[in-house]
Every structure is written in structure tokens, then in C-alpha cells.
Design a binder for this molecule. Sequence first.
Ligand code: DP6
Length: 400
Amino acid sequence: IMPEDSSHKYTMVTCTAPVNIAVIKYWGKRDEDLILPVNSSLSVTLHQDQLKTTTTVACCRDFVEDRLWLNGKEEDINQPRLQSCLREIRRLARKRRSDKDSTVDVSGLSYKVHICSNNNFPTAAGLASSAAGYACLVYTLARLFGVEGELSCVARQGSGSACRSMYGGFVQWKMGEREDGKDSLADQVEPETHWPELRVLVLVVSAERKPVGSTSGMQTSVETSSLLKYRADSVVPGRMDEMTSAIRRKDFAAFAELTMKDSNQFHATCLDTYPPIFYLNDVSRRVINLVHRYNRHYGETRVAYTFDAGPNAVIYTLQDHVSEFVQVVCHFFPMESNRGKFLQGLPVASTTVSDELKNAIGMEPVSNGISYIISTKAGPGPRVEEDPSLHLLDSDGLPK
Ligand code: DP6
């Protein structure tokens, strides 16, 4: 928190928050306003060195209205989900202050806020940025207003998957049973240090158009898909236990198989939706085939894929297999235009792919299907940025 400035009397906080990728998918709400899911879910928080949102919030007596800038552009602050998060944090702050000391000054809570948020990855990549975005907003507001403790239920009200970005490592979102949603919370299953060999590759697939958004997509699924109901009632509860146990044991084969099956069932649910929703494209399906043929060649599950509400593939594998699998992807999805920038993030050693492996996979290479790869791993939860030079707002409260 910045000290007060004599002319403006503002406080400013900057924080960062991570992206997460579910291995047991959240799809379907039982309450649209509170964002309560029909099933529990489990994700891996990705490292912020590669993918993160940074948010600065300033509050000042002189601000005349709440304002928001996303990736350099001013946006409407009156979106209901944004308002829910602001309202909830202010409510918690008031409660906390009156619990602690009734004489405490709560006037700062009525000051307007300026919010500025950026991603360190292109929004055009179609990576789920709402999870990191809302997690970061809630975490930063909480710091600014001195709110501590359980915040995942606030982030959840911005975007369901955002509640899982409030923690690092392996995170579950327990669906809860209560109607008020107070028990629909995220918690950490294992920290990011638990499984250091686990690696993640985001294969950014070049898409022709923007797919159906998660919010409206899952709404239609809840209304029309009987597979969704079966999945939520009879499949996910068992899978949550199996997945937790696979992670605790660091059993990659079990983790990988469940991850792929759950992604496939989520996309089957989309196909079972009426009218059907297609998130996977030809490139996505080629990645699926490639992974299965690769694993079959070795007679062991070394690589897993998962897909969210878009065509990008997220690959989970172990350190020992990363470099070969990256080479395999480069061979079967040659990228002519931006060579050199094809691989971003954590360095990957270069190796050659044997002809035997290429033949075993036996697919025709297709150019330009994948625009680039981001190599990363599991990482920590939201953080306060202590360096004031990294604030996204200037001392006048406007974006730098
Ligand atoms: C396919 O969290 O984006 O990525 O709660 O409506 O904001 P809202 O949806 P959102 O849905 C994410 C769906 C998913 C699966 C997952 O992350 O678990």
C-alpha cells in the first residue's frame, strides 16, 4: 500500500494472479447469479512467469466514479459480475473493521476505485483470461481494503473458474450444497512444489473465429444435455477422488488418463447440447490422435491433453518427455512464418525425433495449425507486487 500523497490522498496496490487449467472440468451452474456449479472441479495453477494477470487498484477521495481499464482500453464497470466482486469485498471490509474496532474509520470504503488490468499473454490467444482476471481483481481489492482470509467465494462470483486461481499448485473447487453458496469454495490439494517434474505445454491453435462463450454454452448444456446431468451426478464425484489420489501419489499415468477422459466427456457434453457446441477443431482432433499414438508407441501414458471452451490444447507431461514431445509437435505441425518464436516460456532442450517414432505416429504433417507453444509448469497463487514502479496506474490515477 502506497503512503498517502498530500495532494491526492490515494492508496494504490498492485497484485498478480495466475491462469489455471482444469483436469476435472467445471461445466454447468445450479445458480447463475451466485455462480454455483453442478459439479466439483480440479485444476493445476500455471506459473505466473509465463501466464499472469497484473492488476492495480487505486482508491482516492477525489475519484468521481469507479473506472476500469483492461489491456489498455476503458471498459464498462457496471457489468454485474464485476459489481458483485466490488460489493462483496467492500462488505467484507466493513464487517472486518466493525468486528475489530467499532471506532475505526470506514470512510475510505466509500471512495471510488480505479482498476487497471493487463495480461502478459495475448488475449487473442484465446486462453482463459477471466479466471486470472477475476482472481487478480478480488485479491488486489482485498489487499487494498485490508480484507484477509477466504476469498475464493468472492472470486467465484466473478467467474466460476476464477476461484481456483486464488491458490497455487493443485486446487479443487468443492461444489458445496448450500443455497447461499457459502460452502462452494476452492482449496489447495497440494502445493506447486509437490510435483516438480510435471510440465505443461499450451499449444495455441490458430482459430478462424471466436467460439461460444463458457457462460452461455454451459447454460444451454444444463438446459438440454442429459449427459451433463449423468456426468455431474454419477461420474465427477468418483473422478474427484481418483484425481486427488493420483496427484498425491504423483501417479502420472492415472493423472493423465483421467485428465484426457474428463476433457473428452466435457466435449461430449458439448456435442450432447442442443443445438450442439463445437469447441474442438481439426487441429485439436489431430493433437488428440498424436498424443494417443505417441503414448501407444511407448506402451505407456507419457503425455495427456485437455481442452477448454476453445481449440487450444493444453498438454501435461513429465520433464523427461518434454523435449521429445515438443519436437514431435514441431514435426507434425510445422510453422513456416514465425520460426524461432514458435516456442515460448521455459526452455526446452533440443532433440531429434527418430524415424521409428515418426512412422509409428504415421500422420501427414500439416502446416500452420499451431501458432506457438508456451512451455510452463505448476506455479504459486496470487502475489502482491512490492515494486511501486510496476503499478499500472500513475499518481493521477490514470493508466501509465
Ligand atoms: C471449460 O469459469 O469461464 O474452462 O463461471 O460462466 O465465468 P463462468 O465460466 P468459466 O468456465 C470455465 C469452463 C472450462 C472448464 C474449467 O475451467 O473448469
